[in-house]
Design a protein around this ligand. Structure first.
Ligand SMILES: [Zn+2]
Length: 312
């Protein structure tokens, strides 16, 4: 058993434009960090394309059609002011969603202990019928539906430690009794959702708001006191992680003050819960993180923790 790494070269070719923070160099930096000798045992798997049926478990068919009809032959097409597509964005988006589905298949099928999906465009802001915040399709929500519809997994939890609230994942999950969405995020910040009073139709949404300027102590206390106990109580059969690294103190898009070792710490805590409640079944999916050095260092620590599960 092992840790699988899902990625694809075309995910580097999705290019939302010069000076866009969600740039191809992000994934280049992540993949370069994972080429170090410490990661030799990763099982590297090219992300397959998702089927339309997989994507349409989350997204409205008219929205999916709008994305593919507007892929430009050259230049950019803007789906919203922040979210642009280049000629390779359609294939990249299919492989980002498809990689997460394949990771879910492999983890539930027992071919790998856990998986990290180094894919872009990211997904957690994508709503069922709207692109938002650099995201085209909600990769992690599509993966959760894959677990349910293809494998009969009833209880899936997504923990999202990206500094931004995953409005799209919340919108995808709030009507499902058996999907839990837990987010820690800066507030106020983009996209403006994620108030603690937003609890979902079945109390299956947990939002933890962190003031700008919050650092390690407040972040760790939020997980220790609220998020980890809620996860243990809820007992998911599969734990998915929206792994964004933009709560780092060096990140230019937000004002939380986490250090590298906070990301190792939170990864380890989540993996311990997964060991207790769901036989270590974890699929982690890259979301944000816009300082290239901090992103590369924190992804390396996160993936190191995923790989350490087999050694423990
Ligand atoms: Zn973010």
């Amino acid at each position: 058993m092992s840790t699988a790494l899902y990625s694809h070269p075309v995910c580097v070719e999705h290019d939302p434009g010069t000076h866009h923070p969600e740039r191809p160099d992000r994934l280049r930096a992540v993949l370069k960090a994972l080429e170090a000798e410490a990661f030799d045992d990763l099982v590297r798997i090219p992300a397959p394309k998702a089927s339309l049926a997989q994507i349409e478990r989350v997204h409205a068919p008219y929205y999916v059609e709008k994305v593919f009809e507007n892929i430009p032959e050259s230049g950019l097409f803007h789906l919203d002011p922040d979210t642009a597509m280049s000629p390779k964005s359609g294939e990249a988006a299919l492989r980002a969603a498809g990689g997460v589905c394949a990771a879910v298949d492999a983890v539930i099928g027992g071919q790998t202990t856990n998986a990290f999906c180094a894919l872009r465009p990211p997904g957690h802001h994508a709503e069922p019928s709207q692109a938002m915040g650099f995201c085209l399709f909600n990769n992690i929500a599509i993966g959760a539906l894959q677990a349910r519809d293809a494998h009969g997994i009833e209880r899936v939890a997504v923990v999202d430690f990206d500094v931004h609230h995953g409005n799209g994942t919340q919108a995808s999950f709030e009507r499902y009794r058996d999907f839990l969405y837990v987010s820690s995020h800066q507030s106020p910040a983009y996209p403006g959702t994620g108030a603690e009073m937003e609890r979902g139709l079945n109390n299956n949404i947990i939002n933890v708001e962190l003031d700008p300027g919050s650092g390690s102590d407040i972040f760790r206390k939020a997980y220790t006191d609220r998020i980890l106990p809620a996860l243990r109580d809820w007992k998911p059969q599969l734990l998915m992680i929206s792994a964004g690294f933009d709560a780092h103190l060096r990140d230019p898009l937000a004002q939380l003050l986490l250090h590298d070792d906070d990301f190792a710490w939170v990864s380890r805590q989540l993996l311990e819960v997964a060991a207790e409640v769901c036989e270590n079944r974890v699929v982690s999916v890259l979301e944000g993180g816009y300082d290239l050095d901090a992103l590369a260092a924190c992804v390396a620590l996160h993936v190191g923790e995923l790989m350490a599960v087999d050694i423990r």
